[in-house]
Design a protein around this ligand. Structure first.
Ligand SMILES: Cc1ncc(COP(=O)(O)O)c(C=O)c1O
Length: 445
């Protein structure tokens, strides 16, 4: 039996929480009990507006019965089946459905799909596919992986090595043979921009410098988030991604877009790849893939990459990589139901319809205390606060707690607030976000 005290609070000792100040949290816990549509309900019965789609994943809103029913049906039909040298129809069905909406334009869709269990696994999978691809085309010296400062690519050793967030890296050994582009954040030139900033396309030329430094023949791939989320929402300058694509192509380097947060409608197109009209060779996804209901990720690969590995004797495993839960039947069921909802409710393009209201609402906060920048794209906003003297991150954390107590879930990284509400948001929800956050900022020290 669960042990709960009178406030409906469970015993908190045993659960070692991820990315959490455990002792601080357990002294004053924030616990969510249920969710429906745009709202959570806390254990003490308060409605909390979800300004972050959970963790950028519940794009179709909470409590979708269609997904629950599909998972229930699947679990009572086929709960688990191995995917190594075995198959089950729903994994193939889901891959075909994903192929229909796969990222990619004129250069061809990335319609070969490798299933994983999370965003971190998708990233490590894509990095490994890139290295394996290079070897398969006779470029075995290409093992170096290029990431970007302030990038977040999950928490596997590959992901933190190409990632660029110091707290995720400093304690751990990193895989050798990585290097980083500079990040694109430039408040002096690009503050308070709606959409893509004007300045900074030339930062993509960092990749030319790394080619000059290391030799193209050592570099397998370059991975970036098309819009960097976890670092506090960094939107690519106009022309930047195009330039990166060109340099990768010129030097035989594969380009990987990490679309774990931008995939499935966040920008108003199915993928950032389509929104920006720049097609990489591999795209990593997770989160919105199953509306967050069941953990799952997927890597989309171009035919060029996929087909290059389909060589050698037919009885030989082409890629020595995979997970027990790759293509898990329940996750596939959740994914197919999620795609049905996205299609039936036009959610993959809804952010485009909401974008103008969203821009206006978020930028209306300009001038309130502590705000150093507001940046918006699709249904994403980053609001950067000035830091309190000697206590970086403390101000945004206080705002986060204040908002939670007044019924709004926001996400903070350092002193940057990020918003990514479910794509079912209405204008009234956006107004509530602005009102609760605005009041919290006025109170903030
Ligand atoms: C761009 C990006 N890549 C990878 C990840 C890691 O995903 P997961 O937490 O599912 O491992 C995240 C998570 O926020 C992300 O934003």
């Amino acid at each position: 039996m669960n042990q709960h005290n009178r406030q409906n609070t469970p015993v908190l000792d045993s659960y070692w929480m991820p990315f959490t100040a455990n002792r601080q949290f357990k002294a004053a816990p924030r616990l969510l009990a249920s969710a429906e549509g745009m709202h959570y309900t806390s254990v003490d019965g308060r409605k909390i507006l979800d300004g972050t789609a959970g963790l950028w994943c519940v794009n179709a809103g909470h409590g979708r019965r269609q997904i629950a029913a599909a998972v229930e049906r699947q679990l009572s039909t086929l709960d688990f089946a191995p995917s190594f040298q075995m198959g089950h129809p729903i994994a193939f069905d889901f891959a075909e459905r994903l192929a229909e909406i796969a990222p990619g334009g004129a250069d061809g869709k990335l319609d070969r799909v490798f299933f994983t269990g999370s965003g971190s696994e998708s990233v490590d999978t894509a990095l490994k596919i890139a290295v394996a691809y290079q070897r398969s085309i006779g470029q075995g010296t290409r093992t170096r992986l290029i990431g970007r400062e302030r990038g977040y690519h999950g928490v596997g050793f590959g992901g933190i090595s190409v990632g660029g967030l110091v707290n995720n890296r400093r304690v751990f050994p990193l895989i050798p043979g990585t290097d980083h582009l500079r990040h694109t954040h430039d408040l002096a030139k690009n503050a308070f921009v709606k959409g893509q900033p004007e300045h900074g396309a030339e930062l993509a030329d960092d990749l030319e410098r790394l080619v000059a430094l290391h030799g193209a023949e050592t570099i397998a791939a370059c991975i970036v988030e098309p819009v960097a989320g976890s670092t506090g929402v960094l939107i690519p300058p106009k022309g930047y991604l195009e330039r990166l694509r060109k340099i990768c192509t010129a030097h035989g380097i594969l380009l990987i877009f990490d679309e774990v947060i931008t995939g499935f409608g966040r920008l108003g197109a199915s993928f950032a790849t389509d929104y920006f009209g720049v097609t990489p060779d591999l795209v990593t996804t997770a989160k919105g893939l199953t509306n967050g209901a069941i953990p799952m990720g997927a890597v989309f690969a171009s035919r060029k990459v996929h087909d290059a590995l389909m060589h050698g004797p037919e009885g030989q495993i082409e890629l020595f990589h995979g997970y027990t839960y790759s293509g898990h039947p329940a996750a596939c069921a959740a994914g197919i139901a999620t795609l049905d909802i996205y299609r039936d409710e036009d959610l993959l393009t809804r952010a485009a319809a909401l974008q103008d209201d969203w821009h206006e609402a978020m930028h209306s906060l300009k001038g309130l205390p502590h705000i150093a920048d507001i940046r918006t794209i699709g249904l994403i906003a980053g609001i950067e606060l000035t830091s309190r003297e000697g206590a970086p991150g403390a101000r945004a954390y206080d705002v986060f707690v204040d908002c939670f107590e007044r019924g709004l879930l926001i996400r903070v990284t350092g002193d940057i607030i990020a918003f990514s509400p479910p794509l079912i948001a209405e204008k009234s929800h956006i107004e509530d976000i602005v009102s609760i956050l605005g009041d919290a900022l006025k109170r903030a020290q």
